[in-house]
Design a protein around this ligand. Structure first.
Ligand SMILES: C[S@@+](CC[C@H](N)C(=O)[O-])C[C@H]1O[C@@H](n2cnc3c(N)ncnc32)[C@H](O)[C@@H]1O
Length: 214
């Protein structure tokens, strides 16, 4: 990956969402993408109820988990939610969260057999599956293939998504986005694509939001 120059770093430090993340105590500016997706699609309600089990793929450093955690703390009945669980998976280590025993994090590749067989499958079903997975870029044709393989893998994991559950999946705008929309449409009551304002305009990144899994 190309080295980021001083100007890039300076621009980053002055950037609005970066500053907001420092002010609000989030681990990364990515937090606002999920906040904005939720503000539009109310993803933290599944059939009128708060979700009990959430899978977060590509979860490091953990900003989306922090968003879920804050949401959870807003719920008055949260203390009675005994089986609430968030599972965060990433190739890199996710720093632990204090006083949150219901958060489980794993340093593992989502493509590994162990990830599916030993971490995901035993949980049976999730209310929400989130993916902010982004492959390391090499700047050549492999980037596209890697990204597409990731999106396909996340779709495979919908076999662990509850009926009426939701997904949010990052991908990069291309012809493949239209293919995915067509392929996933029959599986969700609502399927949308969204570019949250916190996602940089210069990036082709967008999110597919699937609501009410059929
Ligand atoms: C944009 S970051 C995610 C930010 C995260 N949503 C947050 O709020 O902090 C993308 C992550 O995908 C992870 N990733 C990329 N390929 C992966 C793979 N094969 N298995 C697991 N994680 C992967 C990267 O390590 C990186 O941490």
């Amino acid at each position: 990956m190309a080295k980021k120059g001083k100007t890039w770093i300076k621009g980053q430090l002055n950037e609005k969402y970066y500053k907001m993340s420092k002010r609000d105590g989030f681990r990364a500016r990515a937090a606002y993408k999920l906040i904005q997706i939720d503000a539009k699609y109310n993803i933290f309600k599944v059939k009128g109820k708060y979700p009990k089990k959430v899978l977060d793929l590509g979860a490091a450093p953990g900003a989306w988990i922090e968003v879920i955690l804050r949401k959870y703390l807003e719920i008055p009945e949260a203390k009675r939610y005994r089986n609430f669980k968030i599972i965060g998976i990433d190739l890199t280590t996710i720093r632990p969260f204090e006083n949150a025993p219901f958060i489980e994090t794993h340093r593992i590749d989502i493509f590994s057999e162990k990830c599916e067989k030993e971490i995901i499958q035993p949980e049976k079903l999730f209310d929400i599956i989130l993916s902010d997975l982004a492959p390391k870029t090499s700047g050549d044709f492999r980037d596209i293939a890697n990204q597409e393989a990731m999106v396909e893998k996340v779709f495979e994991f919908t076999k662990y998504l509850k009926k009426h559950g939701h997904i949010v999946v990052k991908m990069f705008q291309s012809e493949f986005t239209n293919e995915i929309m067509k392929k996933w449409k029959p599986h969700f009551r609502i399927l949308k694509r969204m570019k949250p304002p916190a996602s940089r305009e210069s990036s082709r990144e967008l999110y597919i939001v699937g609501l009410n899994f059929i």
